[in-house]
Design a protein around this ligand. Structure first.
Ligand code: MSP
Length: 516
């Protein structure tokens, strides 16, 4: 049986344009998905848009549109972004789709039919923030300048009273604590775990899970004047896409429980408290892991509309192309921590890692094969030095694998650079350009270097797929020899293979000149 792997991003609110934070989440999750495929796993990668809720209603009204028109327009923008970033998602879910309504109504019914009838009707009153789509406890609020109360995010809250269905979250405290205890890997990075444990230990209140004040949502079964709380609807997307309610179906059996939900740090509570409780209540298995990444700032400052410093990923893509944008996200920003989008750092990172370390090595060694061996892979008679560098590079790729199995994306890209640095050092030490009088030795060095590039390019497929694919094409590596096992095993490019003319796959960028 092939191993399977199911990974998801959060589904974004399409009430505005996608920004670099959304791109960041897609890119990091894409690297995780592509790595699983490199390992030969049958992989399902899901992303999408979270289209219901009052915020969509309000934004649409302000723009003179219906919520559906707004959702259609912006969901298309998220899809375009995924394509432009070379994201390999297998599905793109929109919560307004029929399949999702059916699935969400079914999970509701199962929660309602659970042993302790986890869903009951009552009245809700409390402080609600439209912007956060969440209720807040009095103790969490602060006073704004004009006497208005504010949520921790700074959004205004108002006092709301409405008939509402409730979910008996309070009944899940012990089971959740047991989950965190038995499965310490459930919440990553591990620093986040304590936060959640103390939140749950502090006591859980039942959760209001329906609204009657607007109708842009999934109707509650048998109570059509209620729509479901947007987070029940949103979280359920992860099972809709693999066929729920058909939980005996092939897709569901293959891919549930999910291996990792990748999300931002602001929505950990929803994913590690509410979501497992909903699933327990519905009698479904729990995802294996939730990985929370940090937030991106722009040149050191929080991105905001009013400051006007929101980074538009399309602009960056036009300037630099997908691979450099991806690489910056995967190498410069420590996955799990906060990070910054900065032009100078971006250009330095691209030039040193991609153009110099990776690109030059490939271009120089392959051009020498063209020039000195008519583009035919030379015979290798490896010495100790040649074998040692192959062992070193292979070991680094092995460490990439260990890192990626725990989603340690930044460590993995660091190991790729370590592998390339070792290869560069070898190439410089051996100086094949000075061996015109000893062509067999020159051939061995070039064949060894080409093999190092082959290994690195296979491992790089998860991170810079376009460039890595071009390199493997130039090395005449067949499609079926591009799995991780081929990067780790001794199955180099056979001597005598004709190699196409190499073209540089990475560019150098210059910092714009300033007058300062
Ligand atoms: N719709 C909810 C998620 C529902 S998941 C069942 C949501 N949407 S969002 O559009 O606000 O955010 C989508 C994702 O982008 C979240 O994981 C969020 O943390 C992430 N980011 C939003 N702004 C970000 C940055 N500035 N930096 C990095 N990621 C950020 O929350």
């Amino acid at each position: 049986m092939t191993d399977t792997f199911y990974v998801t991003t959060a589904i974004a609110y399409p009430n505005g344009e996608p920004h670099i934070g959304h791109a960041y989440e897609m890119i990091t999750t894409d690297a995780i998905a592509r790595w699983a495929r490199l390992e030969g796993k049958e992989t399902f990668f899901l992303t999408g848009t979270d289209e219901h809720g009052i915020k969509m209603v309000q934004t649409a009204a302000a723009q003179g549109m219906t919520p559906r028109e707004l959702a259609d327009r912006n969901a298309a923008r998220f899809k375009d972004l995924a394509a432009a970033l070379n994201i390999s998602n297998d599905d793109f879910i929109r919560t307004t789709e029929q399949r999702h309504h059916a699935s969400t109504q079914e999970i509701w019914k199962r929660m309602s039919a659970s042993n302790n009838s986890d869903i009951y009707q009552s009245t809700y009153s409390g402080w609600y923030s439209v912007r956060d789509e969440a209720y807040f406890d009095e103790s969490e609020l602060t006073d704004g300048p004009d006497g208005k109360k504010l949520a921790p995010s700074g959004a205004e809250v108002s006092w709301v009273e409405e008939p509402s269905y409730f979910f008996r979250l309070s009944a899940y405290q012990d089971r959740l604590l047991e989950l965190y205890e038995k499965h310490p890997e459930f919440i990553a990075p591990k620093e986040r775990r304590n936060e959640i444990i103390s939140f749950v230990k502090g006591g859980l209140q039942d959760l209001s899970i329906s609204r009657t004040t607007f109708d842009w949502g999934v109707p509650v079964p048998d109570a059509p004047d209620h729509v479901m709380y947007v987070w029940i609807d949103a979280l359920t997307n992860y099972i809709t896409a693999i066929g729920f309610p058909d939980d005996k179906g092939a897709q569901f059996s293959k891919f549930w429980p999910a291996d990792v939900h990748v999300i931002g740090k602001d929505i950990i509570r929803f994913h590690t408290v509410y979501w497992p409780a909903f699933l327990m209540s519905a009698g479904l298995e729990l995802p294996k892991r939730v990985f929370a990444h940090g937030f991106l700032t722009s040149e050191g400052k929080k991105m905001s509309k009013s400051v006007g410093n929101i980074v538009d990923p399309h602009e960056q893509l036009e300037l630099y192309g997908a691979d450099p944008v991806r690489w910056y996200c995967l190498r410069e920003i420590s996955f799990g921590g906060d990070g910054d989008w900065g032009r100078e750092k971006f250009i330095n990172r691209n030039n040193s890692d991609l153009a110099n370390n990776f690109g030059n090595l490939a271009q120089r060694s392959l051009s020498m094969i063209q020039k000195n061996f008519d583009g035919v892979m030379p015979e290798a008679a490896p010495t100790e030095a040649d074998q040692a560098v192959i062992a070193e590079v292979t070991a680094a790729i092995g460490r990439m694998q260990t890192a990626m199995q725990g989603q340690l994306v930044t460590e993995a890209t660091g190991e790729l650079i370590a592998a390339l640095s070792a290869a560069n050092l070898y190439f410089a030490d051996q100086a094949p350009w000075g061996l015109k009088a000893d062509l067999p030795r020159m051939g061995t060095i070039l064949a060894t270097t080409a093999d190092l590039v082959r290994r690195a390019a296979i491992a790089a497929l998860a991170f810079v797929p376009e460039a890595a694919t071009k390199m493997l094409d130039t090395l005449a590596v067949s499609e079926d020899a591009r799995l991780l096992t081929h990067a780790l095993a001794a199955d180099g490019i056979p001597a005598g293979t004709h190699l196409p003319k190499p073209e540089p796959v990475f560019k150098k960028f210059e910092l714009p000149k300033t007058n300062a």
